[in-house]
Each structure stands twice: as structure tokens, then as C-alpha cells.
Design a binder for this molecule. Structure first.
Ligand SMILES: *[C@@H]1O[C@H](CO)[C@@H](O)[C@H](O)[C@H]1NC(C)=O
Length: 440
């Protein structure tokens, strides 16, 4: 049995092209529906110079995770309606509901400035209680400051554990690799809430990791530059693989939603994927992709960086060809539990990447822990609670474990740490409508 799975795993990544052809013939049987895409062509013109805007592919929620992460590995994809089974989608006003459930929790708030070179152009950080943030900046239409909230200091599991009764991990993301060697990243998912026109400008994620992001309320406009285009047009020296703020020779940062084409003439050749992620949708963004997000409506979303077995080949390639930017080599080593040698990886020798990939696909991380077989069999993917993803046996056990990680997670560096710890522990007694158990 195991041997058979292994053979399939090797064939699907090492000979990806062949497999894509096989998959194509399966698609003609309509395993999932490619939906129409739309965007306004006028928006692609800036000062008479044309941007190369490409609509993000949209697929229906019955897409299989193998198709998504293998056939579409290198491009962003919007999976329409992937959150429709989740309790949070049934709230009348999602943002207000979250503000109510998480009222005493502390969340980071930031504003965008084009003058700063920090991650996503975020600056002027203030830690606020969610109820105060919501009243001052989301519900308050007379407030012109576009202040955006994100669970950066305290990851969502510590910040507002009760939310996980309503907000599950989408089925397509539910079988990850042990990212960095572990299934437990207490810093994620990260939640984002904000008024219309708040934003995260162009950036790249830690360790060049791919991610899923689910929008529960409002609309987010994404602009994405794939790793391959970033490498070809901006190379490894323009800041793109550092903070993700691409710099012009005169030191200006590229604003992807208001690009200065004179400063960045390369932009005319770079494909900029653009799409609207609406309430109920999940977007997949590939390894090493630059991305900017503009909230065109008040919004609430959750996101996690994860690696999934079919991405093994692409992630190894991205990490190596970036010349191991953002400490991704460490991630590559740990994710496959040290089973495969990373020191031989060479950006100028593709065969070293192929060797690594072959080894990684055979590894325990992929076969057993990443449940490679279920990708091939297309079985067992369902929306799961966070405590299930983190391999606990109940919500309460998980919650108490996370809340008591206060010292270990070094939340002492924030003076609100002790208060937040108390909020966390109180929420461990709050059970969802289904007592924190899956309905199946
Ligand atoms: C709403 O915003 C205005 C303008 O910034 C501010 O003066 C007022 O205090 C805010 N109201 C609330 C309830 O926070």
C-alpha cells in the first residue's frame, strides 16, 4: 500500500507536466467548474502606460486539493464559496459579531503609509481592545483615519480562542505538512479586520511561504506578482525577497495599487494578477509571491501560512532560486523533518532541486504526516476546528494549553500580556453551539 502511494507521489511531482496532461483529460469530465473572470480593462492604464493585469483564476469549491496545489501551484486561485458551510458565514453582521465575541481581546492596529519601508507599509502601531477599535474605526463613519487591525502581537489562538467555534480551517487547507517540523503554530491563523480602503501594500510572507486566506465579510482586491516574474524582472537585489517592498533605483517603494510606471518601467512586462475575493471565498497565494491587498469594503478575514504535500516541488524551487531568502532554507529542512539534505541545493543547478524534491516526497513528513494518499484518493478533506488541526482532543484542552503558553511564547514583551492571558483563559469556558465538537 505505502509503496503504491509513494510511487504516485513521486510521479505527481517529479513528472508534474505529464500529470497535468492526465488531469486535463479528467477536467474535461468537469471535476470542477472554471468560473468566469472579470475585471475592468480601463484600470490597467496608468499615465498612458499599460499594466499587464491578468485576472486571477476562479474555481468552484469542489476543486480537489491536488488539482489546486499541483495544477495551479504557481498562480493565485480564488476558490468561490469555500467558506459557505461555516457558522461565521451565518452571522447577520460578521464584523460586529467578531467585535462582540472578541470584545476584550487586544489586537494590533496600524495605518498605511507609502513613506515607510516596513512590511506592507504598515506603521503607527497601537494595541487596542477589539471593542474600542470597532467603535472608533469600523462603525464610526465620521472617522477618516483608515486604521487596520491584525492579530500580530497575539496570534488568534491566544487572542480570541472562542472565535474558533465559528471560524474553521477550510477543508482544502486541512491536511498540511508539519510546517517547520510542527503542526502547532500558535501565532496563526492571523485575523484581519478593517474599514473600506484600508490596505496591506505589496509584501512577501515569512520564509516565502504560501498561504490560504478566507474572507468572511466584505471584499478584498488582491494584486499578486508570482515568484517567477519577481525573480525575472526585479531579481534578488531589489528588496522583493526581503520585506517585499520593491525599491526603485532612487529608493522609492512600489505601490501596487497606485504604481509609478516612470519609476518602475519593468512593470509593463510583469504580470500582475488581480481579483476580488468576496465574502465566502478563499484565495490560495503561492510560495514566494508578492501580494498587496486593498479592502474595497469593510472586511473580516483569516489567514494561515501552510505548506501542503503537492507544493513540495514548487516550494523547494522558490526557496533555492531566491538564494534562500527569508530563512526559508531552515523551513525546508525542518518541514521534511531533516530527512533530506539541504546543503547541496544550488540555485544554478536544477538537478539539485529535483534530487531534494524526490527525497522530500518520499519522506515521512509527506507520506504519513502530510497524508499524501488522501490527496491522490481525494478523500477526507473537510472543514476542521483549529484544535483538530493542532492535533488536540478537544477545544478546552487546546485552549488551556495555548493560554498557558504565555511565557513560552514571550508575550511578556507586551505590557498587555497578562490581561490578554486572562481574557484567553476566560474564553476556554465558552463553548460553541456544538460544544466545540464537529457536527459529523
Ligand atoms: C469617531 O471618530 C471621530 C473622528 O476621529 C472621533 O472624534 C470620535 O471620538 C469617534 N467616535 C467614537 C465612538 O470612537
Amino acid at each position: 500500500m505505502a509503496k503504491k502511494v509513494r510511487e504516485r507521489m513521486v510521479s505527481y511531482a517529479t513528472y508534474g507536466v505529464v500529470l497535468c496532461l492526465v488531469l486535463k483529460s479528467i477536467f474535461s469530465l468537469r471535476t470542477y467548474v472554471m468560473l468566469s473572470r472579470s475585471f475592468d480593462a480601463d484600470e490597467g492604464t496608468m499615465n498612458g502606460l499599460k499594466l499587464n493585469l491578468v485576472p486571477i483564476t476562479e474555481v468552484a469549491s469542489d476543486v480537489s486539493p491536488l488539482d489546486l496545489f499541483l495544477r495551479h501551484a504557481k498562480e493565485p486561485v480564488i476558490v468561490k464559496g469555500a467558506l459557505h458551510g461555516q457558522p461565521l458565514m451565518r452571522a447577520d453582521n460578521v464584523v460586529e459579531y467578531v467585535a462582540q465575541v472578541c470584545r476584550d481581546s487586544y489586537i494590533d492596529t496600524v495605518v498605511y503609509s507609502k513613506e515607510v519601508s516596513s512590511w506592507a507599509g504598515h506603521t503607527d502601531e497601537k494595541l487596542m481592545r477589539i471593542k474600542d477599535y470597532y467603535a472608533s474605526y469600523v462603525k464610526n463613519s465620521s472617522n477618516e483615519e483608515l486604521r487596520y487591525a491584525t492579530s500580530a502581537t497575539f496570534g488568534m489562538p491566544f487572542m480570541c480562542p472562542a472565535l474558533q467555534h465559528d471560524m474553521l480551517v477550510p477543508g482544502l487547507a486541512s491536511k498540511p505538512l508539519p510546517t517547520g517540523g510542527a503542526f502547532r503554530n500558535y501565532a496563526q491563523p492571523t485575523i484581519f479586520m478593517g474599514p473600506a480602503w484600508s490596505r496591506s501594500e505589496l509584501h512577501i510572507d515569512m520564509m516565502l511561504m504560501p498561504f490560504w486566506l478566507g474572507v468572511y465579510a466584505g471584499t478584498k482586491r488582491f494584486r499578486v506578482i508570482a515568484f517567477e516574474d519577481n525573480l525575472e524582472h526585479f531579481g534578488v537585489d531589489r528588496g522583493g525577497f526581503g520585506s517585499g517592498r520593491i525599491l526603485s533605483p532612487s529608493g522609492k517603494a512600489l505601490e501596487i495599487f497606485d504604481p509609478d510606471v516612470q519609476e518602475f518601467p519593468e512593470l509593463q512586462d510583469v504580470r500582475i494578477y488581480e481579483g476580488e475575493v468576496k465574502a465566502g471565498d478563499v484565495i490560495y497565494v503561492p510560495s514566494g509571491a508578492l501580494h498587496g491587498i486593498l479592502n474595497t469594503e469593510a472586511t473580516f478575514a483569516a489567514t494561515s501560512n501552510s505548506l501542503w504535500p503537492p507544493l513540495t516541488s514548487h516550494y523547494a524551487e522558490v526557496c533555492t532560486k531566491s538564494h534562500f531568502a527569508r530563512r526559508c532554507k531552515r523551513m525546508l529542512k525542518d518541514t521534511y523533518l531533516g530527512a533530506c539534505e539541504v546543503d547541496g541545493l544550488n540555485p544554478f543547478d536544477d538537478s539539485t532541486i529535483e534530487e531534494f524534491t524526490k527525497c522530500a516526497l518520499h519522506s515521512k513528513a509527506n507520506i504519513e504526516l502530510g497524508q499524501a494518499r488522501s490527496y491522490v484518493d481525494k478523500k477526507g478533506f473537510r472543514d476542521i476546528f483549529l484544535w483538530e488541526l493542532f492535533r488536540f482532543t478537544s477545544y478546552e484542552d487546546f485552549c488551556l494549553a495555548v493560554c498557558s503558553k504565555y511565557l513560552e511564547l514571550d508575550y511578556t514583551k507586551s505590557k498587555q500580556g497578562p490581561e490578554q492571558e486572562a481574557v484567553c483563559k476566560r474564553q476556554c469556558k465558552v463553548l460553541g453551539s456544538r460544544n466545540g465538537k464537529p457536527s459529523t
